[in-house]
Design a binder for this molecule. Structure first.
Ligand code: HEM
Length: 325
């Protein structure tokens, strides 16, 4: 874990980021639109067939299946990894045995690499393996770390974004109607969800490089720094009426996908998945509402992720929730 992209400085960071970045440019990602639409539709059918539908199951399946296509290998055990991510970034890291959780994620990466080495193809994981085996541009540990981070960063973040966005729209019927009436607003709406309910609460592992003053605090060189992204995204000095969901909002830029050297490599992919999945689920089930009272909604105890523990929904409206009103 000490070798994941987020913790590296140049030149190692530059070399590794370049290897992965080619697969995530907006142009390359646009090729996955049709596959993503198919995956979303299949999972909407599945959601519709559940006796007790939990929208987080739908939200988790989308990034897992799309990433599986990009890597060229199905991520069959993605629910175990979502569970490991929950343990790895638990607010009480000592009791959750975070080290073991990180090891579980890395071990999954190793297993996928073994499988892929025996069945290479025209896919991202094969490209990374070739960078290791053919050109020696990655060490074995770096290969595992890069894959493990992409699995971690690509699965639960997108899952949480989709879940939180749907909850925001259930909370704001006017905005939900607006999105249904004006589907062309989807990219703007996703940007607003990333600002208001983005999946990463903070940036990862920063240290002051030199003594500095910031926001009235003195930071000695080497001090650990937490950049609270979601707080910044609701800064009233930057955003007008920051706690309000406004899917027509245009700027200013937020930091829900990070900023600068370490910004999100998967930004175009996360946006594509969210732009398709969020409107589709609300269009397929226009009467959908919460299946539990609003105040029973809970979030994981994670210092890193804004993650709903579950999002039980009544796809056709009008049961528990209505009775309790
Ligand atoms: C809603 C979905 C997503 C959100 C909110 C998100 C957010 C972020 C943020 C805030 C950062 C910067 C962290 C920091 O500065 O320390 C980041 C970095 C990163 N993200 Fe994402 N991300 C998402 C989806 C993805 C996807 C789909 C992938 C690709 C598989 C991905 C891969 C990465 C990687 C590899 C980095 C590290 C980049 C570097 O250090 O150079 N993310 N992400």
């Amino acid at each position: 874990m000490s070798r994941i992209l987020s913790t590296l400085d140049p030149p190692d960071h530059t070399r590794q980021r370049k290897l992965a970045m080619g697969a995530f440019t907006p142009r390359r990602i646009s090729h996955w639109r049709e596959a993503t639409e198919d995956i979303v539709n299949t999972n909407l059918d599945l959601l519709g067939s559940q006796e007790k539908p939990d929208l987080m199951d739908f939200a988790g399946a989308i990034p897992a299946q799309v990433l599986g296509k990009i890597f060229g290998i199905p991520l069959g055990r993605y629910n175990d990894i979502i569970d490991a991510i929950d343990r790895a970034f638990h607010s009480d890291a000592a009791s959750s045995n975070a080290k073991k959780a990180f090891e579980d994620i890395a071990q999954y990466g190793r297993e996928l690499i073994v499988e892929k080495r025996s069945a290479p193809g025209d896919d991202l994981l094969t490209t990374l393996i070739e960078a290791r085996d053919g050109n020696d541009r990655l060490t074995e540990d770096e290969l595992v770390a890069l894959l493990a981070q992409m699995i971690m960063a690509g699965l639960d973040t997108t899952r949480n974004l989709i879940g939180s966005a749907v909850l925001s729209l259930l909370d704001n019927p006017g905005q939900r109607r607006l999105l249904a009436e004006r589907p062309e607003l989807a990219p703007q709406a996703v940007d607003e969800f990333l600002r208001l309910e983005g999946a990463l609460t903070m940036g990862l592992f920063r240290f002051a490089k030199e003594d500095l003053e910031f926001g009235g605090a003195s930071l000695p060189a080497g001090a650990p720094v937490i950049a609270a992204l979601l707080s910044a995204n609701r800064d009233p000095r930057r955003f007008e009426d920051p706690d309000r969901l406004d899917i027509t909002r245009q700027g200013p830029r937020h930091v829900g996908l990070g900023h600068g050297l370490h910004n999100c490599i998967g930004a175009a992919l996360a946006k594509l998945e969210a732009e398709i999945a969020i409107p589709s689920v609300l269009n397929r089930f226009p009467e959908m509402e919460l299946a539990i009272p609003r105040d029973e909604i809970t979030y994981s105890e994670s210092y890193l992720l804004r993650a709903l523990t579950e999002l039980p929904v009544d796809l056709h409206g009008g049961t528990v929730h209505r009775r309790e009103r």
